[in-house]
Each structure stands twice: as structure tokens, then as C-alpha cells.
Design a protein around this ligand. Structure first.
Ligand code: SAM
Length: 289
């Protein structure tokens, strides 16, 4: 492949661009730029992007991964919050006519509008080396928006990746694992050392891929499901029979189902759905009495 210039996958080109603009890293924006071609290639491969795809990139930095995305995808939208990076992106991405740079906060964007404008409401792909200080709001925001998403391939802090991918019985299995796995198949792909970033972060990182389940329906009331998952995990040592009480109220009857004798970390996502349906039935019975 003929590479455009400057090809930022080469670390010396990244350094040259940073020096040219006298760029000062802003800690508050979680700026750790990737400088390793091997890791960049593995992320692009994992995201399964084709020339038919529209890709939303969150936090392009100086445009290193964006260049790879422009080569692989039909169209790219890169949303960057840092004012100082916009002129740099305009230069490093100037060889491409299939990219748009949007200056703004990803948490304030209307993802539905983006999917409609750029991809005719068809499922979009999201790729990012995420700013770690807002990993959870970004991922939960994407999920809760219910925008059609084919997959999300992201670099996150290793501990967060483990929590998202964890299954029942694991210490790291919790609210994030259940809420994400209710909609997505999560794969922990590979661990990344701090040395592939400039500047190196203080923590290890990992790349995960979340692929939308075929089931479009959750199988229970979504709002109640979230309440059940959060309430029970916030008292994870208690059995469900006890931790669920704040939702049901004192008088509320519970069936003798052995499910209620378990603790939240023992429950699969499917069992959380069943539990939510039982709670809903119990709530209705109380109201009818
Ligand atoms: N993609 C680049 C790379 O891999 O080299 C940079 C990744 S760096 C970990 C995170 C990027 O997200 C930075 O460019 C940062 O300025 C940007 N960012 C931080 N908060 C953001 C927000 N709320 N909305 C959009 N971009 C944000």
C-alpha cells in the first residue's frame, strides 16, 4: 500500500508533527497517542471495516489511527474535543476526501443524527483509542442511545476491559459487564503495554470488541433491568432475596424460586432478565392487591 505523507504510524513522523505545532499534551483530555504500527494494524483488522463502512472515530488526536481508517473505510467522522488538534488534523488528513473532522465533545453529539446523516440509519462501526477518563459514559452513551451499531472496537484501560468482558463467578463481573453483555457479545482481544503510547499512560491497556447481538429485544423492561442490576450489585454480598427488597418494598411477595437465593455475581445475563420479569410480576401483584 502506498502510504500518504506524513504517515503517522511511523513514530518519527508523529514527533515531527508534534514539534512543528509545538503541541502540548493535555492531561485532562486523556491524551496518549498511539505510536506503534503493529498495534494500529491489529485494531484496524479487529474492527472488520470494509470499503462499505461508515466509521465514527472518537478522539482522533493528531490523526494517526484516522489515516488507517480512511484507507480501510468508505467514510470516517472523527470527533475531537481539543481545539489545538484541529489544525493538525486538517493537515495530517488533507490527503483524504473521505473524512470529516468534527470539533466537539463526543458526549454531546447526537449519534442518531450522525448515523442518519452519514450512513442512512444503517449500523455504524465505532473505533477509538478512548480517552480513559470517560470510558464508561462513552460506551454506555452509545449503547443507551440504541443507535444501530455493528460493532465497537476500542482501546480501554486493562482493568475496565476485564470488567466489561467478565462472566458470572468472576470477581470483576459487575454492573458494566451485565449491562453491556445484555446487548453485545464482548471479546477481550489483546493486552497492550504502556510503551506503545506517547506519552505512556500509568496503566496497562487492552483492546476489546463489542458486537451487537442478533436479538434486538432485551426480553424484559429495560429500565427495571438496569435498576435490578445496579441495586443487586451495589449489595453484592447479599442474596437477591435481600438485596432486591428496596425495589419491591416491604410488603411485596416473592416466589420460592431458588434464583432468589443466589448472589448477583452468580447470575448470567439471561438470569438477570428472568429475575427482572419476576420482579415486574411481583410489583404488579402488589399494586393489584
Ligand atoms: N486516537 C489518537 C491516537 O490513538 O493516537 C488519540 C487517542 S487519546 C487516548 C484520546 C483522544 O480523545 C485525544 O485526542 C483527546 O483530545 C480526545 N478527547 C478527550 N475527550 C474527548 C471528548 N469528550 N470528546 C471528543 N474527544 C475527546
Amino acid at each position: 500500500m502506498e502510504k500518504v505523507k506524513p504517515w503517522l504510524g511511523e513514530p518519527q513522523n508523529t514527533i515531527a508533527v508534534l514539534q512543528k505545532y509545538g503541541f502540548v499534551f493535555q492531561k485532562k483530555y486523556g491524551q496518549n497517542f498511539l505510536i506503534d504500527t503493529h498495534v494500529l494494524e491489529r485494531i484496524i483488522e479487529a474492527s472488520e471495516i470494509t470499503k462499505d463502512d461508515f466509521v465514527l472515530e472518537i478522539g482522533p488526536g493528531i490523526g494517526t489511527m484516522t489515516q488507517y481508517l480512511c484507507e480501510a473505510a468508505r467514510q470516517v467522522l472523527a470527533v475531537e474535543i481539543d481545539n489545538n488538534l484541529i489544525p493538525i488534523l486538517q493537515e495530517t488528513l488533507s490527503p483524504y476526501d473521505n473524512v470529516e473532522i468534527l470539533h466537539g465533545d463526543i458526549l454531546k453529539q447526537d449519534i442518531h443524527e450522525i448515523a442518519e446523516k452519514y450512513n442512512d440509519k444503517k449500523p455504524i462501526k465505532v473505533v477509538a483509542n478512548l480517552p480513559y477518563y470517560i470510558t464508561t459514559p462513552i460506551i454506555m452513551g452509545l449503547l443507551e442511545s440504541h443507535v444501530p451499531l455493528a460493532n465497537i472496537t476500542v482501546m480501554v484501560q486493562k482493568e475496565v476491559a476485564e470488567r466489561i468482558a467478565a462472566g458470572p463467578g468472576s470477581k470483576t463481573y459487575g454492573i458494566l459487564s451485565v449491562l453491556i453483555q445484555a446487548w453485545y457479545r464482548v471479546e477481550y482481544l489483546f493486552t497492550v503495554s504502556e510503551h506503545v503510547f506517547n506519552p505512556p499512560p500509568k496503566v496497562k491497556s487492552a483492546v476489546i470488541r463489542m458486537t451487537r447481538n442478533d436479538t434486538q429485544q432485551l426480553g424484559c423492561d429495560e429500565k427495571l433491568f438496569k435498576q435490578v442490576v445496579k441495586t443487586t450489585f451495589n449489595q453484592r454480598r447479599k442474596t437477591l432475596r435481600n438485596s432486591i427488597k428496596p425495589i419491591l418494598g416491604k410488603e411485596c411477595p416473592l416466589t420460592e424460586d431458588p434464583l432468589f437465593n443466589k448472589r448477583p455475581e452468580q447470575l448470567s445475563v439471561q438470569e438477570f432478565i428472568e429475575l427482572t420479569n419476576q420482579v415486574e410480576t411481583a410489583l404488579k401483584e402488589t399494586i393489584e392487591k
